[in-house]
Design a protein around this ligand. Structure first.
Ligand SMILES: [Fe+2]
Ligand SMILES: [Fe+2]
Length: 251
């Protein structure tokens, strides 16, 4: 059986609830021989068989928990200067910011007397500043990556990702606004607001990154075969630089 079919078959068995221990050995053997295009093809088979993106996402999650994610495989196949490598590196950096946000929120919740000078508030302010860069990252995907995929069947995935970008923009915007308006809150109200926003932002952005790393980019790399398109994306991306870095050290 073709490898992509085998993978689709394994994913189907995960969906049907087969014992992960049984699937693990077989999956690992298969994975060691897989190419990126096989993963992408398997996704296409499943989407073509009527599976929704939402179901595929759940399945890819379940599969990753059995096998380890496809991120390592995806990255191993990219040249050092490929534009997607930069996107993946930014994803990793945002994962760090998300972990920092979760931690800063927990610390903030513990403070008894919260002021603008509290180290917990300043840490949160710093992380929120970094996290704002996700807007630029997402905008770049909207402007450079999604248009390049417009004529391929994975267009639907881009629509879902684009909607998520709006949601993330709003949530991160609300976080920035709350942090910048600290003075207008009662400290306890501020804590409640930050807790609600952090608890929404962290899992939603993590999941978004997971979907892009494990579904969108494996498919994009498979369907866009013309190197000129990637070169053009790289050129435009180079002009914009990296997202999420700033020159000011944490004070
Ligand atoms: Fe992204
Ligand atoms: Fe994105």
């Amino acid at each position: 059986m073709e490898k992509a079919r085998k993978l689709a078959d394994i994913l189907g068995r995960v969906r049907d609830g087969e014992d992960p221990a049984k699937i693990r050995y077989e999956s690992r053997q298969l994975l060691s021989t897989l190419r990126l295009s096989d993963i992408s093809k398997a996704h296409k088979y499943l989407l073509g068989s009527g599976m929704s993106l939402e179901q595929l996402r759940t399945l890819v999650y379940a599969f990753a928990s059995i096998l380890g994610d496809q991120f390592a495989l995806l990255r191993a196949n990219l040249s050092a200067n490929h534009p997607v490598r930069r996107i993946l590196a930014e994803h990793e950096m945002f994962e760090c910011f998300l972990a920092d946000l979760a931690e800063a929120n927990l610390e903030l919740q513990e403070v008894e007397t919260l002021t603008e000078l509290s180290s917990e508030y300043r840490k949160l302010e710093h992380i929120a500043g970094h996290l704002q860069a996700i807007d630029i990252h997402n905008q770049r995907e909207d402007d450079l990556i999604f248009p390049a995929l417009e004529n391929y069947p994975c267009k639907g995935i881009c629509v879902v990702m684009s909607k998520a970008h709006w949601r993330i923009k709003n949530m991160v915007g609300n976080l920035t606004m709350a942090v910048n308006n600290f003075k207008h809150f009662e400290p306890e109200q501020f804590k409640i607001q930050i807790n609600a926003l952090s608890c929404a932002i962290v899992p939603i952005v993590r999941e978004h990154i997971f979907q892009e790393d494990n579904i969108l980019y494996p498919v994009a790399l498979d369907v866009i075969e013309d190197d000129k398109i990637w070169q053009r994306i790289k050129q435009l991306g180079d002009e914009m630089g990296y997202c999420g870095f700033d020159a000011q050290p944490c004070s």
